[in-house]
Design a protein around this ligand. Structure first.
Ligand SMILES: *[C@@H]1O[C@H](CO)[C@@H](O)[C@H](O)[C@H]1NC(C)=O
Ligand SMILES: *[C@@H]1O[C@H](CO)[C@@H](O)[C@H](O)[C@H]1NC(C)=O
Ligand SMILES: *[C@@H]1O[C@H](CO)[C@@H](O)[C@H](O)[C@H]1NC(C)=O
Ligand SMILES: *[C@@H]1O[C@H](CO)[C@@H](O)[C@H](O)[C@H]1NC(C)=O
Length: 283
């Protein structure tokens, strides 16, 4: 009965969402106006993270402590967790010549108000937070901001923290590419990928920001189509064997690039020992 009720609630929520009655819950991280961040680095402020190495027993998540002090504290101060740790000018270049430091190229993956555990933080300027981190295949750094979430001012950045084995296999997750020549598994450009595949098909679709940045002049060999415009991708599963990928421009909704992937579908879950082929077409 519990399951039936849960299913019905899901169906109802879906129906309401379709009717435009429900609004998607606000993702707390979306309140951080990281693009408006300014630099206000204070030498007398500090952020320290320990231990420097996590997951010493092979865990893919671990607890750690961030301690911070700020000579000019307020209830607006907050701590952001960044991964990879070089989230600012270490690895980021300004996108436009008008941009001023700090050049933050990633937004925090987690945050908490500096007064969270010490309610007297706004007087003492001292606080600490206990945080659980998940192995993200990249190291971490912690930053103290003042100015609240809407006008963040970068005050201080911590030492780096890493998992002992950051590349340990964990569960699948969406990855953020960092360098321009990543994702080199492409063998050849086609509008119709069919038959046996030698590797997983990856599609990286990115869009965001208020302005367009020109492409680099050199065209990497894996780049088959370029479009300097705002757009999005629609992925349609037509049946068990056939995926249609379409790139559309936001301005007119028309398709400007597309490809299909088709594979023989075999229900490998229906196999028992020795009555299925050793390999299937859908590798
Ligand atoms: C901590 O700061 C937040 C954000 O400014 C505020 O909403 C909250 O009331 C503060 N908590 C305490 C105990 O002062
Ligand atoms: C510190 O925070 C408390 C609780 O929010 C507030 O009552 C008090 O006025 C704040 N003090 C200062 C100096 O901002
Ligand atoms: C898979 O690898 C084989 C052998 O290297 C090659 O002949 C074939 O074209 C590859 N298939 C695809 C879809 O790239
Ligand atoms: C899947 O859909 C494609 C495109 O409509 C069609 O060509 C193909 O025959 C279909 N395959 C199966 C197994 O239904």
């Amino acid at each position: 009965m519990g399951l039936l009720v849960a299913l019905w609630a899901a169906v109802l929520a879906h129906a309401l969402a379709r009717a435009g009655v429900l609004h998607a819950g606000e993702q707390p991280l979306s309140r951080i106006a990281i693009r408006r961040a300014t630099a206000a680095v204070a030498g007398s402020a500090s952020v320290k993270a320990r231990p420097a190495v996590l997951g010493l027993e092979g865990q893919s998540s671990d607890w750690m402590v961030v301690e911070f002090s700020h000579p000019n504290p307020s209830n607006d101060d907050w701590i952001g967790v960044f991964s990879p740790s070089g989230f600012s000018s270490e690895i980021c270049q300004p996108e436009n010549w008008e941009d001023l430091p700090p050049f933050l190229c990633t937004a925090p993956i987690k945050f908490q108000y500096a007064n969270f555990t010490n309610h007297a933080y706004n007087k003492s300027g001292k606080g600490s937070l206990k945080l659980q981190l998940i192995n993200q295949r990249a190291d971490f750094a912690f930053a103290l901001f003042s100015g609240g979430l809407s006008a963040p001012k970068l005050i201080s950045v911590s030492n780096k923290v890493t998992f002992e084995n950051p590349k340990a296999p964990v569960y699948p997750r969406l990855a953020q590419g960092k360098s321009w020549n990543e994702n080199r598994c492409v063998q050849d450009g086609s509008n119709n990928y069919i038959g046996r595949f030698n590797a997983t098909t990856h599609v990286v679709v990115g869009g965001g920001g208020a302005s367009l940045s020109p492409f680099r002049a050199t065209v990497p060999y894996w780049s088959f189509f370029r479009d300097l415009d705002f757009g999005f991708v629609k992925l349609t599963a037509l049946n068990n064997s056939f995926l249609l990928f379409e790139y559309k421009k936001s301005r007119d909704g028309n398709v400007y690039d597309h490809f299909t992937i088709s594979r023989d579908y075999r229900d490998i879950l229906a196999c028992s020992i020795d009555n299925c082929p050793r390999t299937t077409v859908a590798v």
